[in-house]
Design a protein around this ligand. Sequence first.
Ligand code: GLP
Length: 226
Amino acid sequence: MKTIVLEKDEALRRAADQISGLMKEKPDSVIAMAAGRTMLELWAHLEPDCFSRAVCFQVSEFAGAPEDRRLRRMMEEHLLPATGLNAERCFWLNAESWENCEAELQAAGGIDLAVLGIGTNGHIGFNEPAAPFASRTRIQKLTDKTRKQYVWLFDRESDVPEKAYTMGIRTLTEARQIMVIATGEEKSEAVFQMLYGRNDSTVPAAFLQVPANVTVYADLEAGHRL
Ligand code: GLP
């Protein structure tokens, strides 16, 4: 894993530069995109229109969330306008679609770049601790810790859905390039475990020690234990 630890703005800018570089090389790249607070900040750093020819797959989504609380809505409101991504080239995870995700990914030629955040418990996508390396897109029960992480989006913990759709660890680790972006002190332990923990599924992000092309962008707070 390549690790880049910088001031937050600079870390986000470097991550955005990697994305722009790929889009210049291959404008019709297949991107697997996470969503959340870190991603909102990253998207603000992306070059306008950089995804105008891209294909985008959602990495994860809450199951049974009202439409206005879905990660899809966040992407429609913030990612699409910022990057020129075409809604018709987006694959959204939901009750009807999730079982087709792997076949659609294969038909699209696989993931060129997976852009991931990390949970405070070391989850990637919504692959919670104990998710097996061989996992693929599925429905995952969320841990209490993850549901707490999302109170900001749903107001009350009891409103945070109990389950989510997520690409699996195998799905994500098959991407040709992977980047993980982490900011803030509350991610520092998860970042440390991702790099140095045992890759035995206790910390799902530690499975990213296996694929070759992984870059971690951390700000000074998230990276301070490294
Ligand atoms: C979960 C979500 C990801 C998100 C990550 C970090 O893993 N499935 O999409 O990137 O949490 O979320 P945040 O940036 O809001 O802390």
